[in-house]
Design a binder for this molecule. Sequence first.
Ligand SMILES: O=C(O)c1ccccc1NCC(=O)[C@H](O)[C@H](O)COP(=O)(O)O
Length: 208
Amino acid sequence: MRIRVKICGITRLEDAMAAVDHGADALGFVFWSQSERYISPEDAGQIVRYLPPFVQAVGVFVNPDKPWVKMASAAAGLDMLQFHGDETPDFCGQFSLPYIKAVRVRRGLDLLQYAQHYEGSKGLLLDTYTKGKPGGTGHTFDWKLIPSELSLPWILSGGLNSENIVDAIQQTHPLAIDVSSGVEIDSGIKDVNKISAFMEGVRSCEDV
Ligand SMILES: O=C(O)c1ccccc1NCC(=O)[C@H](O)[C@H](O)COP(=O)(O)O
């Protein structure tokens, strides 16, 4: 089965094009001002307008207010929303766009219940818990904490790179994966060779 890939934290057109050329299905734009990968919705829009059909633009938010999500969605031309904070299902579901809820996986968190709570989402993005960092940590989490029977589709995220991606896929069998710092040379600056090596690792795991 083909594994879908989202490359997150895009801040430059050339990185977006490199990601698309190497087969990314979705690109993420971080609209949280405290992130080193922050991009304004207007600047994201200038990248999104060059994306080919069927590549999705995903807006990443952390506890935003409603006007910010609405403005960013329109200005950037988003296809999907991704929430990394304490947003409720009602909040996430009010924007007439599909959404993904990120969850920072840690021992003691009931992922089965979490999935039921966010049943209106397109899926859960399973990310790494690091205190004070809602995303883009560059660290993996204990993949054994992923339950075998989650009621929602889920996306493997957190600290993936070309060196661990094959192992990650073989251990967890994800439907989709998400990467940010693992394909960077600096925060928000992607590297075409890292993208290429990462995608090669993903494709090597797919059924022919
Ligand atoms: O990337 C960020 O700076 C970020 C900040 C705040 C919330 C979310 C953020 N990124 C969202 C993503 O989808 C990342 O790809 C995901 O957290 C994995 O990041 P990484 O471990 O660097 O691959």
